[in-house]
Design a protein around this ligand. Structure first.
Ligand SMILES: NC(=O)c1ccc[n+]([C@@H]2O[C@H](COP(=O)([O-])OP(=O)(O)OC[C@H]3O[C@@H](n4cnc5c(N)ncnc54)[C@H](O)[C@@H]3O)[C@@H](O)[C@H]2O)c1
Length: 658
């Protein structure tokens, strides 16, 4: 797809610069903001910025007018995104604002439009939960000011398509920028992640009263830096700094929450430049820094070794190559060197000694040496030679392999899809039952899986058991039935949420498979029923029991004794199906699964499933007893603490299944 029209949402500090950049390169730009005032200021700033080129004689007045008039402004997202090929979100770094914006974009943008976020820290996969079809969603992280700064981090979320990453990479290159691919989606990506430990270090220097802001900033200036760390924090906004530390505390380590001084300053409204007061008084956009003697309590080595350490951790995690990290930090922080060239002049033991000292002094695990530094492999790490001995990888799900009649794939974070894949309407034979059995076992203890979707490939779920299979005698036919019963029973017991996504024929054994799942969603036109009795059999994989429990004896009698088929819509009306999805059953089921995986606590959900299933099997007093036991178990989980604290903080919970 050609990218011609770009929509930018948020016309603030970043959005107006990104709009200017695209407009300068001839793209037609829709600039969207809830505030008409912000849009007017944005156009004014763009005009002033372009005016500098006119003054220098590198742009004519006519070209400037042409560029400005190529930017159309909107106060409504629906009007601004509906014809865009590429949409870039640059609204404030608040999860709830971004989520609402992505939901609206998803409603009104073209289905093939690429959607990017300019977020500074928030993991792309986390944001992608609010985007329909997240394979077209990625991070496009510009640096401030976008027109000047060369670096753009291109971040792939867990679900981002390769084609989308490459397309946007080329577009950004075409803008004259240097795109760097961030291969793994971690909080803070490359540049902000590498700066995070030193930011924490300067927070702790304050909290511990080791030095005053002006003494540290004087020291920084004496080392040739244009701005000291506290002046920089004031410049960026102390609220922005604090929010990012709290996000890192949640995503990386609680150590990041050790920033009390900044917390108190934010509470008092001392937000830095924008409030006129932070660490310093600000006047006409400049900090008034009183004279001070540069501190000798901080050394450049302290700061640089923390950068090197974090860079090595990113290499170990496979987030980016050493070369890309060096480029990103140089261009993103506007410095002549990055952490990789700093590390060239350090030995593993020097780095380790300094990091051990810092982590002990500040009682901070973030400052502990990365595994490669600890193991004397700093050279290998920065030389890109860690592949064979890669230490400490993030735990990843082991995808089950080697299936012939089903396919098993990870379709989103924590969501697996099992598709029955057989000729002739996905008929179920012993191979399917055995492979289902194996995959259920493999996923049983997989902490990376929370929701399992079961569906059929093509247009049908499954038209039933394959009765053309040869059975030597009644006993082997009985064993075939018992095997299916055992496997379907496992679906009711696996501590994951299992969703049957139904379409086309859902008959006989296929219907029994659907009934063994926890939740059924369907198209309205799917056909469900039990033809067994009309063939001289009975439903043999739990159908007589489960349909009776789910739909009542009377309806089960009718359906099983007559073999009459009912539609997905009829099933919905009698409560067998929970949701009808007619437009895009696969996409809508995935969205529904994401809804569960992003908002429900996994252990609580698994226990609720068990209790609901038990309700049909045990006397009420036993069920109630099981319920109170479950409450006792859940009381000790981290997820419960997260649930309550997120409720109080009015934010979305992030459950870890612990
Ligand atoms: N400022 C930086 O230095 C910088 C650098 C890189 C990335 N970022 C990231 O870029 C994003 C934007 O930051 P910023 O500094 O430009 O913020 P900003 O506050 O300057 O601008 C945000 C704009 O979004 C608008 N807005 C708010 N809600 C909206 C909605 N629902 N729909 C449309 N517009 C809405 C606001 O009116 C405002 O004009 C953030 O995610 C931030 O982390 C910022």
């Amino acid at each position: 797809m050609e990218i011609n029209k770009v929509a930018i949402i948020g016309a603030g500090e970043m959005g107006h610069g990104i709009a200017e950049l695209f407009a300068m390169r001839g793209y037609s730009v829709n600039l969207i903001d809830v505030s008409q005032d912000a849009l007017q200021k944005a156009l004014q700033s763009i005009r002033e910025s372009l005016g500098k080129f006119v003054k220098r004689g590198t742009m004519t007045e006519d070209s400037m007018e042409g560029i400005v008039s190529g930017i159309r402004t909107f106060t409504k997202i629906n009007e601004g995104v509906n014809d865009a090929d590429l949409i870039i979100e640059a609204v404030p770094e608040k999860m709830e604002i971004k989520e609402a914006v992505f939901k609206e974009i998803s409603l009104y943008a073209r289905a093939d439009a690429i959607i990017g976020s300019n977020t500074s820290n928030i993991r792309i996969t986390e944001l992608s939960r609010s985007v329909s079809n997240p394979s077209r969603f990625l991070g496009v992280h510009f640096f401030n000011p976008p027109v000047i700064m060369k670096l753009v981090e291109i971040i792939r979320g867990d679900d981002t398509g390769e084609v989308v990453v490459n397309k946007v990479y080329e577009v950004i290159k075409g803008l004259g920028k240097v795109p760097v691919k961030v291969k793994k989606d971690v909080a803070g990506f490359i540049v902000n992640r590498i700066s995070a430990p030193e930011m924490l270090y300067f927070c702790m220097i304050l909290d511990k009263g080791i030095a005053k802001p002006e003494e540290v900033d004087m020291f920084a200036r004496s080392q040739g830096l244009p701005m000291g760390p506290y002046e920089l924090m004031d410049f960026v906004g102390l609220d922005v700094v604090y929010d990012s530390m709290i996000y890192y505390a949640k995503e990386i380590s609680q150590d990041y929450a050790k920033c009390n001084t900044i917390k108190h300053m934010v509470e008092k409204g001392y937000l830095g430049r924008k409030a006129g007061k932070g660490f310093y008084q600000w006047s006409s956009g400049k900090a008034i820094i009183g004279s001070a003697i540069p501190t000798d309590k901080v050394t450049l080595m302290d700061v640089l070794v923390l950068e090197v350490n974090e860079a090595v951790k990113l290499i170990e995690l496979g987030v980016a190559s050493p070369d890309d990290i060096e480029t990103a930090v140089k261009l993103g922080l506007n410095r002549p060197f990055g952490p990789i060239s700093v590390a060239q002049s350090m030995t593993s033991s020097e780095a380790k000694e300094k990091l051990d000292q810092l982590s002990n002094e500040f009682q901070c695990s973030i400052f502990e040496p990365a595994a490669s530094i600890r193991d004397g492999k700093l050279r290998d790490a920065i030389g890109g030679r860690l592949q064979q001995s890669a230490p400490k990888q993030q735990p990843t799900s082991q995808l089950p392999e080697g299936y012939k009649v089903i396919s098993v794939e990870k379709v989103a974070d924590k969501i697996m899809r099992i598709s029955i894949n057989r000729p002739k309407l996905n008929l179920l034979n012993l191979d399917v039952i055995n492979e289902l059995d194996r995959t259920i076992d493999e996923l049983w203890n997989d902490r990376e899986t929370f929701v399992i979707i079961i569906t059929g490939s093509g247009t049908n779920f499954s038209a039933g058991a394959d009765l053309s299979t040869y059975f030597a005698d009644g006993v082997s036919f009985m064993e075939f039935s018992r095997k299916g019963e055992r496997v379907f029973r496992k679906l009711t017991e696996i501590p994951k949420i299992v969703i049957a996504s139904l379409k086309g024929y859902v008959l006989g054994g296929g219907f029994e498979l659907a009934l063994a799942c926890d939740i059924r969603v369907s198209t309205s036109s799917s056909m469900m029923g039990f033809p067994e009795v009309t063939l001289g059999l009975v439903p043999g994989w739990g159908g007589t029991q489960r349909l009776t429990r789910l739909a009542g004896a009377s309806r089960a009698m009718h359906m099983i004794l007559t073999g009459e088929r009912i539609t997905g819509k009829d099933s919905y009306d009698i409560g067998l199906v929970s949701k009808l999805f007619d437009d895009d059953i696969d996409g809508e089921t995935l969205k529904y699964a994401r809804g569960i995986s992003s908002s429900s606590a996994p252990i609580a959900a698994a226990m609720a499933k068990k209790l609901i299933n038990k309700a049909a099997e045990v006397p009420e007093d036993v069920g109630l007893d099981l319920e109170s036991t479950a409450m006792g178990v859940l009381y000790g989980t981290e997820d419960l603490k997260e649930g309550v604290s997120s409720l109080l903080a009015k934010r979305k919970p992030i459950y870890r299944g612990k």
